[in-house]
Design a protein around this ligand. Structure first.
Ligand SMILES: [Zn+2]
Length: 140
């Protein structure tokens, strides 16, 4: 029995499994076109830039910045904590490579646009699903 908090989990398919299981080794991965180098999220069957079907999951650094966010004060469904920050983060690998996520590990009211964050993973379903969450990047 997992002690992970309630989350609405994705339906895992052969196509998206590399994304949702990437947390097993702590590395975030997105599909990348092997023809033109474009990163895709969400996953697809063709590159939207060059229409190649040669898409492979590749690792990103896991570092990102907060592109935009909202602070949810109301629990409309079971959530691990209130309030929480629902955010879109953007990756340095590509300006339009973005992911919708929860910012954790800080006071929700300390989150700002442009804030550096890094991925952390939350395991569910006996390690079959790893939800990428983001936490503030600690200055070195
Ligand atoms: Zn392409």
């Amino acid at each position: 029995m997992s002690d992970a908090p309630f989350r609405i989990l994705p339906l895992i398919t052969d196509r998206n499994r590399p994304f949702w299981t990437a947390g097993r080794d702590g590395v975030m991965r997105f599909q990348r076109c092997q023809s033109c180098g474009y990163w895709l999220h969400p996953h697809g069957v063709r590159c939207p830039k060059c229409l190649s079907k040669d898409l492979v999951y590749e690792a990103v650094s896991g570092k990102a910045t907060v592109y935009t966010f909202t602070i949810n004060e109301q629990g409309w469904m079971p959530v691990p904590e209130l309030p929480f920050v629902y955010a879109i983060v953007e990756f340095p690998e590509q300006a339009d490579l973005r992911y919708s996520t929860v910012i954790t590990g800080c006071d929700p009211h300390d989150v700002t646009i442009g804030m550096p964050v890094r991925v952390c993973f939350e395991a569910h379903e006996d390690d079959e699903v790893w939800i990428p969450l983001f936490t503030p990047e600690v200055a070195a």
